[in-house]
Write a protein that binds this ligand. Structure first.
Ligand code: FES
Length: 105
């Protein structure tokens, strides 16, 4: 089983399992993580599923698309490791990966 840890901005950590065909956003949202609205439900139009993931923890995942890049530009706390978690399937996460949530915009 592949697991990953979600680290909230306040340091709270929760461990989840990856699921084939399910986005990282869906797992975090359905896991009841606080302050993670994912308002658009995964249609790449809100940026409220913004997370930080070390690229080394995303083996084989598609790189940031043009649409994702434009939305990330609207996020207040963008970093080089920023991704929209609805755009990345959880199966690309390496075991033990850490997914950090940004401060609330
Ligand atoms: S949930 Fe809206 S962009 Fe990801």
């Amino acid at each position: 089983m592949t697991t990953f840890t979600v680290v909230a901005h306040d340091g709270l950590e929760q461990v989840f399992s990856t699921e084939a065909g399910v986005s990282i956003m869906e797992i975090i949202r359905d896991g009841g993580v606080e302050n993670f609205p994912a308002i658009c439900g995964g249609c790449c139009s809100c940026a409220t599923c913004h997370v930080y993931i070390d690229p080394a923890s995303l083996k084989g995942a598609p790189s940031v698309s043009e649409d994702e890049n434009e939305l990330l530009d609207s996020a207040e706390h963008r970093r080089s490791t920023s991704r929209l978690s609805c755009q990345v399937l959880s199966e690309f996460l390496q075991d033990g990966a850490r997914v950090e949530l940004p401060p609330a915009d």
